[in-house]
Structure formats: structure tokens, C-alpha cells
Design a protein around this ligand. Structure first.
Ligand code: ZN
Length: 240
């Protein structure tokens, strides 16, 4: 099976469409989304509808959960809070129902998918120490995909040593375990502003990461026109 793994779209339709164009060009059997379809950007309905049509499976991320809730988003910083309140207003009832029904974690045939971490869907895996906890929860699985940090890269556990890699290609081997982040489609935070996703071929056990320039100017203009915080537009330029 060839999978495209996408994550953290955050209502950035231009980033999403660019990634899907590339995915269609290279060809895959399934598109898997790790959540945070909405929040921050200006096209929550459009992105949700594209995910509904194109992704065989999707998770809900913390922004999707809060977008569907009614209580005050206390856990969000002011910039994220304003954006999620705007998103709640903008989202159609049908799209909210779709997001609300998504799972937070799925054990698929060949790997586990989770938004943040296996131990807690809202946890961030930033360091080898964070990853160590998660490796301990993978049971017989050798591979787990996660998002949430918006940072492209992989952790590898081999003979009790953990490595953290940002290589654009990864060969998955039987004597190691992997926890891999495809990066963010719509708001990368690794100082590379290009949209990020990965392709995993389970037959060849090869993974390739893709970084793509997209029509960022249009995504930024829509953020400003929607009256969202201008810092949400500016950060896209810098990949932060
Ligand atoms: Zn996110």
C-alpha cells in the first residue's frame, strides 16, 4: 500500500490543494489525515470538505475538538482562541458534525495514527524523551505517525538508542521502531515555510517527505480579509 500522510492543515486551502496535486501526481492508495483540519486559517469549511472527499481516514486534532465545542477555549493562547471562536462561527453544522465524529487515535493494519501522542492525543512529542514514552506504548507496531508539533521529522528506536532525524528519505527497517511526523500542510513551524507531508510505501518500506511552495500570498490575504490576527498571516512567511 502507498499512503500519503498529511496533518495540521489548519484551514489553509492553498497549502492543502498544493499537497493534493502532488499526491495525485505521484499516486497513492490512501490519504490519511492526522487532524487539526481547522483553526488559524480562513477556509475551515473548504478544508473540511476536501478532507471529507479525499481522505480515507482522518483524526480530529485539538483545534477540531475545540471548534466543535461550546465552552470557552481556556486552554488556547489569545491568538489561537480568537481564531477558534471565528472558526466556530464560520463552520457549517454539517462540517462540525463530521469533525466531531472523527476518532482521536486509530490502530491501522500497518501502523498507529494519533494527533499528538499515543499516551495523550493532546501531548506534544518534541524530544527523544517524549518519544521514549510513546515507543513503550506501541506494542507490536513498528511505526506510528503523529502531528500536532508542526515539525517534520522522525524518531527511531534501535537497540535502546533513540535518534531524531530530519532526512527527506527514511528506510523503515524491521529491527527498529519509528515515530514519524509528516509536518504541517498549513502552518509549518520548523522555520521552513513550505507545506509538508509524506508518502509511505509499505511494500518497499520507504518513506519520502515532500516540501512544497504554495500560493501563500493568497492564504495570507484571506486571513487578513477575514479579520483574523495578522500574526497568523505573518508566521506563514517564516514557518514559525
Ligand atoms: Zn495543529
Amino acid at each position: 500500500m502507498r499512503y500519503a500522510i498529511i496533518s495540521d492543515i489548519h484551514s489553509n486551502l492553498e497549502g492543502l490543494e498544493k499537497c493534493l496535486d502532488k499526491i495525485d501526481e505521484v499516486g497513492v492508495d490512501q490519504i490519511v489525515c492526522l487532524g487539526d483540519i481547522v483553526g488559524y486559517g480562513a477556509n475551515p469549511n473548504e478544508c473540511t470538505e476536501v478532507v471529507r472527499q479525499r481522505c480515507e481516514i482522518s483524526l480530529k486534532g485539538n483545534h477540531d475538538i475545540v471548534a466543535c465545542a461550546n465552552d470557552h477555549p481556556y486552554e488556547f493562547n489569545p491568538m489561537a482562541k480568537d481564531a477558534i471562536l471565528w472558526t466556530r462561527e464560520a463552520l457549517s453544522d454539517e462540517n462540525k458534525r463530521y469533525l466531531d465524529d472523527l476518532p482521536e487515535k486509530v490502530e491501522m493494519e500497518e501502523f498507529i495514527i494519533v494527533h499528538g501522542a499515543i499516551s495523550d492525543p493532546g501531548k506534544y512529542i518534541h524530544s527523544p524523551a517524549d518519544a521514549l514514552t510513546e515507543f513503550g506504548l506501541m506494542n507490536d507496531y513498528g511505526l506510528c505517525f503523529f502531528g500536532h508539533t508542526h515539525i517534520t521529522g522522525s524518531f527511531e528506536l534501535r537497540q535502546n538508542m533513540i535518534g531524531n532525524f530530519q532526512d527527506l528519505e527514511l528506510a523503515v527497517e524491521d529491527d527498529a521502531k519509528y515515530i514519524v511526523n509528516p509536518g504541517s500542510v498549513g502552518q509549518p513551524r520548523d522555520k521552513d515555510p513550505r507545506a509538508s507531508f509524506l508518502i509511505f510505501d509499505s511494500q518497499t518500506a520507504k518513506m519520502e517527505f515532500h516540501r512544497l511552495n504554495y500560493n501563500m500570498t493568497l492564504a495570507q490575504r484571506k486571513i487578513l480579509e477575514a479579520g483574523l490576527d495578522e500574526r497568523l498571516a505573518i508566521r506563514l512567511t517564516y514557518g514559525i
